[in-house]
Write a protein that binds this ligand. Structure first.
Ligand code: HEM
Length: 315
């Protein structure tokens, strides 16, 4: 993109939307077939129109969808095109007790709406368009739990950048990488919780794990909050924030209780620093207590271009 084009406003995808009532998260890998790139480019070219159709048909349903690309897919689909500066395959983080695994992923979709029917319809349209050219890596259906709680019972999302903090300034790439301005680094991790162990912990102890009160979400004082509390470990300063839109998911009969973590950031290094503090600890060994009850089973980094760039990629 030449410098003149840089002055044109970028229209970001809906990366700073609220987590919503329902969400479908899909990670695909690409099949190495002659028609694969064309099928994906068709989705790129039509993505904003597909969203517009949903929002026009159902204006009250808070529908949104985000499309992202993994590092390897970017190279394969758009050869010769430069890559966003920080788009690399996620490098696993191995700590003394816990590991942030790295798992494959070429295409990512984050579909949100008040009603699951809309998420399903959109996902099924993508499925038809990509039919035969992709392999499913993971699909997780998340739901809003009561007043926005994670499945472990604590309100999740409170310290996300507030409206008056301009969430987009944290979630979007800016002038530091002008060709990709308005895009976002999307990091996803699927966590499974040990609910038996978690529920066996008295509420006062759970509050020390999270760093907030369970009932009313009030933050523990500095004196009350242990150094390995989740919100102590992940707070790396007011300048370094990400936009989270985690969702709970469950398969109760299978004993599966989880959190689908999703963080949008203008610089992946911010998210990575948080992960290193959780899994390795700062100082080393001060690992996030929440990880004693939570296992990351996936971990993949994607890049979600602006709508303008997405349209260009579809050409
Ligand atoms: C805060 C849940 C994983 C980053 C919180 C809070 C909860 C929570 C309940 C407190 C309320 C709030 O401020 O949102 C979870 C669960 C996770 C998870 C259940 C999965 C097991 C992660 C990961 C990251 C992260 C992987 C970063 C890569 C943060 C940040 C805060 C936070 C930045 C706000 C800290 C502050 O400034 O107070 N999380 N989280 N979380 N979490 Fe997580």
């Amino acid at each position: 993109m030449d410098t003149e084009t840089n002055h044109i406003a970028h229209f970001p995808q809906g990366v700073t939307e609220r987590p919503g009532e329902n969400a479908i998260f899909i990670v695909y890998t690409l099949k190495d077939l002659p028609g694969t790139a064309d099928a994906v480019k068709d989705v790129c070219a039509n993505f904003s129109a597909l969203i517009r159709s949903m929002t026009n048909r159902y204006p009250q349903e808070q529908f949104s969808a985000v499309m992202g690309f993994g590092a390897q897919a970017w190279g394969r689909l758009f050869p010769g095109r430069p890559k966003p500066a920080e788009l690399e395959p996620f490098e696993e983080i191995r700590g003394p007790k816990h590991t942030a695994v790295s798992t494959p992923g070429d295409l990512f979709f984050h579909i949100r709406a008040r009603r699951m029917a809309l998420c399903f319809e959109f996902a099924s349209i993508l499925d038809r368009k990509l039919d035969g050219t992709v392999e499913p890596e993971d699909e997780t259906h998340g739901f809003r739990f009561h007043d926005g709680r994670a499945i472990i019972g604590f309100v999740d999302g409170t310290e996300n950048p507030a409206v008056d903090e301009n969430p987009r300034s944290f979630a979007l790439i800016g002038d530091e990488d002008p060709s990709f301005a308005g895009g976002s680094y999307v990091f996803v991790q699927k966590y499974i919780h040990d609910m038996k162990a978690w529920n066996a912990l008295p509420v006062e102890e759970q509050e020390k794990v999270i760093g907030r009160r369970k009932f009313d979400d009030v933050e523990l004082s500095d004196e009350e909050k242990p150094a390995d509390a989740h919100n102590a470990v992940t707070n790396i300063g007011d300048e370094l924030k990400i936009v989270r839109a985690n969702m709970p998911f469950a398969n109760t009969s299978k004993g599966e209780y989880g959190t689908y973590f999703i963080g949008y950031a203008g610089t992946f290094s911010t998210t990575r620093t948080m992960l290193e503090r959780m899994f390795v600890g700062e100082p080393e060994g001060n690992t996030d207590r929440l990880l004693d009850f939570s296992t990351a089973v996936t971990g993949t980094l994607f890049f979600a271009p602006s709508f303008d760039l997405l349209g260009e990629l579809g050409e």
